[in-house]
Design a protein around this ligand. Structure first.
Ligand SMILES: [Zn+2]
Length: 246
């Protein structure tokens, strides 16, 4: 017998297993994801426009209410992923979860009294600005919404099939979400596909941290990669040709 006959094809896997819906703008510049597993989970509310698209999709396509959303997860706290949070919380009263690293970063800022930086940040080089913006007041402002702190390898509180993968690199607090049963991976900005489906990892903390993160992600069985920016990828090994940019 031809051994290929019994091997599951990507299309059969795609029909059976996917739990993730992509909510995006016309050019997939930034993506919000809706996980429809044991519970409804929203990952990265992005902008008020994304939240309107999300609620519309929930009601018209899935015939479900935003009130059924049981958890909101932030892959990191950059504003392009979180600006819609306030609008979303007007439509549902789900708890908001983010990496415990956020709390540690903000706590360190308070302990060591780093000054507010916006007035000098504009004079800095872009890469420096990327690092400094971790400490901008925006991070502290958004922290007040977060009620659930996530650690590496945790299962999500409302659906333990979805695991937290700490993925420092883009920011120290970045995390990915992985479901080993459906082989789906949400990468936030750790890996993006803004250039014709070629995945790119862009580091802003340290090269070794990013390498370590990619090593961890490549060890996972992934068929569906959902990036924070760009189109999702369906492939047997979507992380094999990630280009690292520094
Ligand atoms: Zn980002």
């Amino acid at each position: 017998m031809n051994p290929a006959i019994n091997r599951p094809t990507l299309s059969s896997i795609a029909l059976g297993a996917r739990q993730v819906h992509t909510i995006t703008d016309r050019f997939a510049m930034t993506n919000t994801y809706l996980v429809e597993g044991e519970q409804l989970i929203v990952v990265d509310p992005s902008s008020a426009t994304h939240v309107h698209l999300l609620c519309d999709y929930l009601e018209r396509v899935l015939h479900r209410s935003p009130r059924e959303i049981r958890l909101v997860v932030l892959t990191h706290l950059h504003l392009d992923h979180t600006a819609g949070l306030h609008t979303l919380l007007e439509r549902c009263d789900a708890p908001v979860a983010a990496s415990r690293m956020v709390r540690e970063l903000v706590g360190a800022r308070r302990r060591y009294g780093l000054p507010p930086l916006p007035h000098i940040a504009g004079q800095m080089l872009p890469r420096m600005l990327d690092q400094l913006d971790l400490f901008l007041p925006a991070y502290e402002r958004q922290m007040k919404y977060i009620t659930t702190w996530l650690d590496d390898v945790d299962g999500l509180p409302v659906d333990a099939n979805w695991r937290v993968i700490a993925s420092p690199g883009h920011t120290p607090d970045s995390l990915c979400l992985y479901n080993p049963f459906t082989a789906e991976l949400l990468t936030g900005d750790t890996v993006v596909t803004i250039e014709r489906n070629r995945p790119v990892a862009r580091g802003r903390t340290s090269p070794s941290l990013l390498e370590e993160t990619l090593h961890t992600l490549r060890s996972l069985r992934v068929y569906f990669l959902y990036p924070g920016h760009g189109w999702p990828i369906l492939a047997r090994d979507p992380l094999s040709n990630v280009r690292i940019e520094w």
